[in-house]
Design a protein around this ligand. Structure first.
Ligand SMILES: [Ca+2]
Length: 305
């Protein structure tokens, strides 16, 4: 073979290699690497965006972006199985069934923390927790002893003050945000053994301070994957819905909210006074009238776009 023929063959081989998109200097691993998977709507938001509401005198509320998307709403296990795994009676798990796919059609912002005493006092000029039992006062402790009527009034006053639509989350929005893209019982998995890393419950708050028990400072445990603290435990959180035991079976599949007037309002997430079964993302509470107040009830707000 002549030198010119050899050069010609080499050039032809190089041209074929480039045309096929291959290169002789890429590793085998790179050649078989799959195309990048497009994120599904239920995964963590690509950007963790935040907004801040100014309440005056340096007091602020920080809220995190939550994308629109789909998720499986409701209890993962049949009531009898759930009761065996997480305690309590079968009947406690019935209202969170059947589990079904729900769409949250619009993104929203949700408080990174439960509303604190400093934030509540700045907006409402009142302190429902003052001189009450099982409570510790301080700017970063959650606003406990707040009933639904006051939580709703807080939202209305803050809407007027900021020009934004500040409301309580619906049960569906709350559960979606609590799960943060996970399909598990808690934001960290199904096993309650790690609950103490993410939430305050009776196992780590009863008699914690020389025989005293109270709702501890917000944001002092690990956040979920969307950067939200205390979605498991600390204080129960009032939601916008009226409570209906049948609502998970009968509500809409897109943006469900129970507006049919009943006796009680929905609260979610469990509290520092409860066992892990009440801290599950799907757990629903059935006994709170709008004027009910207690040491382990508070709330967080959302800004609806
Ligand atoms: Ca909470």
């Amino acid at each position: 073979m002549t030198r010119s023929t050899t050069v010609l063959i080499c050039c032809l081989l190089q041209a074929l290699t480039l045309a096929s998109g291959c290169s002789t200097d890429v590793s085998a691993a790179d050649r078989i690497a799959p195309a990048k998977k497009k994120p599904t709507p239920t995964t963590q938001p690509a950007k963790q965006k935040h907004i801040t509401l100014e309440l005056g005198k340096g007091v602020k509320i920080k809220l995190a972006f939550v994308p629109a998307g789909e998720f499986m709403m409701g209890g993962k296990f049949a009531p009898a199985d759930a009761a065996k795994k997480y305690g309590g009676k079968d009947i406690h798990y019935v209202s969170e069934r059947p589990r079904r796919k729900v769409t949250i059609s619009k993104p929203f912002y949700i408080g990174v923390y439960e509303v604190t005493q400093a934030q509540f006092a700045a907006v409402m000029d009142s302190e429902p927790w003052k001189d009450k039992v099982m409570t510790k006062s301080g700017p970063d402790y959650p606003a406990s002893w707040v009933n639904w009527i006051e939580a709703d009034a807080f939202c209305k006053k803050l809407s007027k003050k900021t020009g934004k639509t500040v409301v309580l989350p619906t049960e569906a929005q709350w559960e979606y945000a609590s799960r943060a893209g996970r399909d598990t019982v808690f934001c960290f998995g199904d096993d309650p053994a790690k609950i103490g890393d993410y939430g305050w419950w009776r196992g780590n708050m009863i008699n914690v301070d020389k025989g005293k028990s109270y709702a501890p400072k917000v944001g002092s445990k690990k956040p979920n994957a969307w950067g939200l603290y205390d979605m498991h435990g600390n204080v129960w959180e009032w939601c916008r819905d009226w409570y209906s035991k049948d609502f998970y079976a009968s509500g809409k599949n897109v943006d469900p909210v129970c507006v049919t007037e009943g006796k009680n309002r929905a609260v979610r997430g469990g509290s520092w006074y409860n066992d892990p079964c009440h801290l599950r993302s799907a757990a629903r509470n059935s006994w709170c009238a709008p004027n009910y107040r207690h040491y382990n009830y508070g709330f967080r707000v959302i800004v609806q776009n």
